[in-house]
Write a protein that binds this ligand. Structure first.
Ligand SMILES: Cc1cc2nc3c(=O)[nH]c(=O)nc-3n(C[C@H](O)[C@H](O)[C@H](O)COP(=O)(O)OP(=O)(O)OC[C@H]3O[C@@H](n4cnc5c(N)ncnc54)[C@H](O)[C@@H]3O)c2cc1C
Length: 390
């Protein structure tokens, strides 16, 4: 309860851990080290309300400054953690200082995967992970006419919906045969594709990007493997993220699709925990890495409870997720795999329905569109039992 806890990363998970530690009665010093400037903020609105202009940066803050003072949370930002000396339990920082810890938590998240194709350094190409990225993108969209979004994942489709609503021409390029192929059932993905097409976005599925073309150093088109050139004065690279695991790697911690933790969210060093987007963990027989607010928050609460003297049960929270694309509010409970059976529940034509995902005769996930009641029931059912028999 009086240990010195140092948290690397002031994102969703790092913030939650600090808050939950104090809530749980931790009285020792808590220091948060983050390489982004300013106070911890929420990322989900960056591709939704913030991009649209309906929420300002202050509206993204997880808590005001006074909260950190009141809870005596020391916030060091923008400062980067550069190395961990595990033998002496010291964390070295980019400002030349170092911090001693009794327990260290890595909440370092993930970063945008960037393209290595020809033309990837042209001006007019954007990624979206941070508030700084979102500000730059919002400014770019103001003057852009034709936008190409590379990657039809959740973030790519969310920002495509916003940019289309703002009247921009939208081309979405996806290498797989349909958007969100790994994350969603075919009926749900096809429904969302139809919605985007009905708004006027052009979806190019099964199309592989081969490069970016420019004039005077600024992008003006993207090139596809079928020979097509699509004019674009702004391109968003939304091909996924890579875990920020370099700090852990350099410290010799186990890595397996991100920082590897056990069922207590401990790394291969018992003085170091890790959580969130940058971490893979055992979950119901699989090792998974999940990029969602729920995951970062629940893992932070689990670690806080353990450090406050409780929580010896393995981490077993049900993953759930949401995405907003125009009028489509998608919610997912549980984890599916591409081969899982899809059973439609409700009428897709009504714009409100769910898809159950079944594996070996067991319900593993439910995808709901504008159907929050079904989503909440699915969360309850799937949480109560690891896998629900048919
Ligand atoms: C545009 C966008 C939209 C999203 N929409 C949704 C949504 O609708 N629903 C949903 O559930 N999730 C959504 N997410 C995902 C969600 O935001 C993440 O899952 C969540 O932020 C993960 O929290 P985290 O603490 O693991 O990582 P992060 O929030 O990424 O925080 C990690 C922090 O650590 C910092 N850091 C890394 N290395 C160091 C270092 N060495 N020293 C100091 N600091 C370091 C990083 O810069 C970052 O600030 C969205 C994400 C984005 C980018």
């Amino acid at each position: 309860m009086d240990a010195r806890v140092v948290i690397v990363g002031t994102g969703q998970g790092g913030f939650q851990l600090a808050a939950s530690l104090r809530e749980g009665g931790h009285v020792g010093p808590i220091t948060l080290v983050g390489d982004e400037p300013g106070l911890p903020y929420q990322r989900p609105p960056l591709s939704k309300a913030f991009l649209k202009g309906s929420v300002a940066a202050e509206g993204l803050l997880l808590r005001p400054e006074a909260f950190y003072e009141r809870l005596q949370l020391r916030l060091m930002s923008p400062v980067r953690a550069t190395s961990i000396d595990r033998a002496s339990k010291r964390l070295h920082l980019s400002n030349g200082q170092s911090l001693s810890y009794d327990h260290l938590v890595l909440a370092t998240g993930a970063r945008v995967r960037w393209s290595d194709l020809p033309g990837a350094s042209l001006k007019g190409l954007f990624g979206l992970r941070t508030l700084a990225d979102a500000r730059a993108l919002r400014e770019g969209i103001e003057t852009a006419r034709r936008i190409a979004v590379v990657g039809a994942g959740f973030i790519g489709l969310e920002l495509a919906a916003v940019a289309r609503a703002l009247g921009r021409e939208i081309e979405v390029i996806e290498a797989a045969e349909r958007p969100l192929q790994r994350a969603l059932s075919a009926p749900m993905a096809n429904h969302l594709s139809d919605w985007h097409r009905a708004q006027g976005a052009r979806l190019h599925c099964g199309a592989v990007l081969t490069g970016f073309e420019g004039i005077n150093g600024h992008v003006q088109a993207v090139r596809l493997n079928n020979g097509t050139h699509l004019a674009a004065d702004l391109v968003v690279v939304a091909i996924g993220v890579a875990p920020n695991d370099q700090l852990a790697r350099d410290a010799g911690l186990a890595i397996d699709n991100g920082i590897a933790v056990d069922e207590q969210l401990l790394t291969s060093d018992t003085a170091i925990s890790a959580l969130g987007d940058g971490v893979s963990f055992p979950w119901r027989g699989d090792r998974v890495r999940i990029e969602s607010v729920q995951n970062a928050v629940d893992q932070a609460r689990h670690i806080a409870a353990r450090l406050c003297g409780g929580a010896n049960a393995p981490y077993d929270k049900l993953p759930w997720f949401w995405s907003e694309q125009g009028t489509c509010r998608l919610q997912i409970a549980g984890l599916s795999r591409p081969g899982d059976e899809a059973r439609i529940d409700g009428d897709p034509d009504s714009g409100r329905f769910s898809v159950q995902r079944w594996r070996d005769g067991r319900l593993v996930a439910v995808e709901s569109l504008n159907d929050p009641g079904t989503h909440m029931r699915a969360r309850k059912t799937l949480s109560e039992t690891a896998l629900v028999p048919a």
